[in-house]
Design a protein around this ligand. Structure first.
Ligand code: ISE
Length: 333
């Protein structure tokens, strides 16, 4: 049976998910594209197909919608996920699940009450080959026990004019909060946050230092106005060696005594394949009834939100803040 998928949100990520579903997602079809701005939904529909709609809750409850992708503004994610759970619809929710741990708690509580998982969170880096190889190297023991993980997350410029330093922690850094948890297989016990002074009005970098439940250190630099290119770096340091993400460029140029490679413009070309693999894993999980063993679930979304909230507190307080997670429900063990 082909899954009839509705995409909620026709912005940057909603458009990309619609293109993946329409063009490269076996077993699924783009059934509805929904956005409060009808013209934006109509433009995606003209390109990818699907009916146009403007009311997300109505779409979620349609009997001819089998599954839902939520790619609307961050603040709408948790309420719409709750509507999907209430309607019994599997949902792929773009990160973050919510910037509020309390809202994430409502979602995990709804899944626990239903006795099953409905939610996959769009932490697509878990499906990136470089991070998968890093995780495998740690599991194989080749670099020894993990000591530290260094992470750099640089955007050309902030994705929105109202982007703040706190959003660097609540919107961008959740990728690192999740991928370091996934690679290291542990959680965090504290976070300390710093930010250098930057000249001019642009949002400057934030620098986080986190301690894990296994006594390791994780540092995360998020610079949303790096200017030179979209550049994500990672190095996992073990007691016997280290492994780093290899930055790839489609080509290398040798011209006039200069060798050069290019940077992606933003995260979408950098993780195009990871998004496809993530979405395929989601469709498989619906078809089989078994959650993906790679993808992030609502519990992972809650963990990212708890760390992000502590990170913002640490930035304001200027000292280490404890990260305290609730008891993990059996549904997620
Ligand atoms: C954006 O929302 C993403 O999810 C990107 O992966 C990340 O690199 C960017 O910093 C975020 O704003």
């Amino acid at each position: 049976m082909t899954l009839r998928i509705a995409v909620i949100g026709a912005g940057i990520m909603g458009g990309d998910h619609a293109r993946i579903i329409a063009g490269d997602l076996p077993g699924a079809s783009l059934h509805v594209i929904c956005d409060a701005a009808q013209a934006r939904a109509a433009a995606i529909s003209a390109e990818c197909g699907g009916e146009v709609a403007t009311n997300p809750v109505e779409v979620i409850n349609r009997s001819d919608v089998d599954a839902v992708v939520i790619a609307s503004p961050d603040a709408t994610h948790a309420p719409l996920v709750l509507a999907c759970i209430a309607a019994g619809k599997p949902v792929l929710c773009e990160k973050p699940l919510s910037q509020s741990p309390a809202e994430c708690h409502q979602v995990t509580g709804a899944e626990v009450a239903a006795g099953r998982q409905f939610v996959q969170i769009g932490f697509m880096r878990r499906f990136d080959a470089s991070y998968a190889e890093m995780k495998a190297a740690l599991a194989d023991g080749v670099i020894g026990r993990a000591l530290m993980m260094h992470n750099f997350h640089r955007n050309v410029e902030t994705p929105a004019a109202d982007f703040t330093a706190a959003m660097a922690i609540t919107n961008s850094a959740p990728h690192e909060f999740d991928i370091t948890r996934w690679v290291l297989g542990c959680d965090f016990v504290s976070v300390t946050a710093f930010k250098p002074s930057r000249s001019g009005p642009l949002v400057g970098p934030v620098f986080l230092v986190l301690e894990t439940t296994a006594g390791q250190l994780v540092n995360i630099e998020v610079n949303n106005n790096a200017a030179y290119g979209y550049d994500v770096r990672g190095e996992l340091v073990g007691e016997k060696g280290a492994i780093s993400l290899a930055r790839t460029s489609p080509t290398r140029r040798d011209l006039a005594l200069i060798q050069s490679t290019s940077y992606p413009t933003d995260w979408r070309p950098a993780y195009a394949e990871a998004y496809r693999q993530q979405n395929k894993a989601w469709v498989r999980s619906i078809q089989t009834g078994n959650p993906s063993d790679i993808a992030a679930n609502a519990w992972d979304g809650l963990c990212a939100a708890v760390v992000a909230e502590a990170g913002v507190q640490a930035l304001t307080a200027g000292h280490r803040i404890a990260v305290t997670l609730p008891e993990k429900p059996a549904l997620y063990r």
